[in-house]
Design a protein. Sequence first.
Length: 308
Amino acid sequence: RGGFKRDNSGPPGVPESDDFANDKPTDPPEAEKAKLIENSKNEFFKRKRIELTNLPNDPRPEDIHQSLFKDYPVSNVTVTDRNTARITFVDSASAKRAVEQVNNAMFRENKVTITYAPTDNFLFLGNLALSIDESMLGDMLNPFGKVSRAFLLRSLKTGYMKGCGFVEFEDREEAKNAKESLTGRFLRGRIVRTDWAPLVLNNYEELHSRTLFIDRIPKDLFDSNVLRELFAQCGKVLFCDIAINPANGESRGFGFVDFDSPDTAEKAQRMFSNYQIGNSSLRLAFGVPGRTGAHTLLRGSSIASQTA
């Protein structure tokens, strides 16, 4: 589906055809930049459900509605436990307005906290070709079910597409099917990586990771300091390492680098995408927001040692 093919040969990250040579971060025309960023942010905020916490014990749904949201188009109020409730609005604009205007309001004697409700149907799409656009993203996702929101992540400074995106499906099973089907498929010379996004993401800025996945590392390069010194030209590096197979001590050809900020990570992606080391051209992709490369490598090593 969607013009993909499964990766059934070679190590992870190595496509059948090496057609990504010109797959580099590219800024959109200045006249289009603001609109592309705004469209991406609007899609992120296309959410109709919010969560209230710190409510007094056992509140009634009708009291919550009348006290806090009587001027909002509400379709449902559900008390999920003694001190928490979820409100579904008719439209996403009303939900966004409620988060911005009603947070920290008083309900009886309590100051309530309002955030977007957690969702477990939200997928991170990583290692996307930097040349794809929103139309291609839709073509990729539509076969799997009803999409609530989908967007490509764009730099807030330049508007360039950062090589990753997000999608939320209406149905959990459709999201699981999309995750299983898309992982490991080719799109324009890159192997798509998917993962569940964090349950709680309240603003667009939180989507911007400070971690880069480094692919196409030469298999004879074991000294991660070579990469650390390279990326240090962009700013402060907090962590940098190469994945090693614990069973045989061989390099797996990829690694991770954590920076001090998303801006530094952007600079590194722009500066060192397709950077030549030996006979290999490094390929850089952003990681799941909120998850560091140090954590990912440690977790992977732990799983590998348990199954070896």
